[in-house]
Design a binder for this molecule. Structure first.
Ligand code: TMP
Ligand code: ASP
Length: 234
């Protein structure tokens, strides 16, 4: 069966239900707009399992998501949505592109979380944009931008607490949202939440437990993903 969509880390397949898709998590890792690429055994399984735990927890806290049900090691069923072409990033502590752009030392905490948008376009390198750009690019209306920011901050509060219980600091993360295919006025959380899309540091040691280990060639890449999953399962 051919996927209806193939991204860098996941593939989407139709199911018998036109409103439900099967999302398969791949073993590939990419960074720097896929300039750097490699396969890691078990990565799909680990990211699927971690995303499932997080999505179930968020649903319990009242966050609407695209999750329908678990299928197997690497597949989830999800509601069909049309993904808004925006990456919504929330930052609690300076790191990554913020530190690079602003010259602020990695690890500097913010007074309040920062929410920012990137425009999803590989050819453009997912440029940093604001609400006005989002409107003019037809990516989201002002009302939708307001909803996205609000939802992202609620998700942030919930995730900070959740990861802290597992002895991890949530430094920053990226989420994506979709409009329901059968009700475009409803926006739900879509895509994954995993160590690919979050920065997580061990509370005591500051050890990086996320994709920065791949980006920065730090080693023990899948070992830390296994550890994240084990901690969340406790
Ligand atoms: P950044 O500091 O590189 O902008 O990344 C911020 C957060 O977003 C970090 O947790 C990693 C995540 N992220 C993605 O999930 N996908 C991406 O393509 C990028 C650039 C970042
Ligand atoms: N996800 C992006 C890529 O595949 C960038 C990143 O996460 O560093 O290139």
């Amino acid at each position: 069966m051919e996927p209806i969509y193939e991204g860098k880390a996941k593939r989407l397949f139709t199911t018998e239900d036109p409103n439900v898709l099967r999302m398969e998590y791949k073993d590939s890792a990419t960074a720097f707009n896929a300039l750097k690429k490699a396969d890691f055994e078990n990565k799909g399984r680990l990211n699927k399992a971690i995303t499932l735990i997080i999505y179930r927890m968020l649903e319990e806290k009242g966050v609407k998501t695209h999750l329908v049900s678990d299928v197997d090691d690497i597949n989830l069923l999800v509601t069909r949505v049309s993904i808004l072409p925006l990456e919504v990033i929330v930052r609690n502590v300076a790191a990554g592109s913020f530190s690079k752009r602003m010259g602020i030392t990695e690890g500097t905490p913010f007074q309040k979380p920062i929410v920012e948008f990137s425009y999803k376009d590989d050819a453009l390198g997912d440029p940093f944009i604001n609400d006005d750009y989002a409107r003019e690019m037809g990516a989201a209306t002002q009302e939708e931008c307001d909803v996205l920011k609000k939802m992202a901050l609620v998700i942030n509060d919930t995730l900070i607490e959740f990861f802290l219980k597992a002895n991890m600091r949530l430094i920053d993360f990226k989420v994506e949202f979709g409009r329901l295919a059968n009700d475009s006025s409803t926006i739900v959380l879509a895509d994954e939440i995993s160590p690919d899309t979050c920065r997580l540091w061990d509370v005591e040691t500051g050890k990086k437990m996320d994709k920065d280990r791949f980006r920065q060639d730090m080693g023990d890449f899948m070992e830390v993903y296994e550890e994240v999953l084990a901690r969340l399962q406790k």
